[in-house]
Design a protein around this ligand. Sequence first.
Ligand code: MN
Length: 231
Amino acid sequence: MEFVIEPQQQASVAVANHAARWPVRRIFCVGRNYAAHAREMGRDPDREPPFFFTKPADAVVDDGQTIPYPPETENLHYEAEMIVAIGKGGRDIAESDALDHVWGYGVGNDLTRRDLQFAARELGRPWDWGKAFDNSAVIAPLHPVSEVGHPKTGAIRLTVNQDVRQEADLAELIWSVPEIIAILSRSMALKPGDLIMTGTPAGVGPLVPGDVCTATVEGLGSCTVTIGPRA
Ligand code: MN
């Protein structure tokens, strides 16, 4: 195919123990999927239907990178999350079939310009400026289901300069992975390459230039990002 301008490279993330990489299509994120985090965000964690927001595929950052402190914020936050990698597409996927669509799992950091997110929230505006900025999705190397199965329990934790800031268990997810896939695929077709960030536990907080932030999920490895000077 010919294009009138040079197309950008396919955005991708690493796969553990493989040279080949994962081509990222879209990044779906689940909002408020741990009760204690919903409360710290000033919301009731009642089991209302989950809601979603997205990040662009090319917001991804590999483990071990340094990123500039992002522009137009005074309150950059970390959010440790388990990531689901969709290997087989579909729409209106039944909960009972949902795990067949999962290729693998990982751990990520849903970096958030909290001040811009809250300003948008108060005004009923979209969250993109708070959530979908450059370098906002730090993603550890993915692990295939053939190696790690389908994790339903396991510690999820995050450290800043080696101090523990978030510590919870995947068992505390309000909406499970099969439920998330079923609900998401009712609204739009999932396709291979889509990633789902499943939500963060309580303990979110700020990052400043110089911080080294590591998110870990038991059995799925970790991703570390260093916050550099302002862009
Ligand atoms: Mn999040």
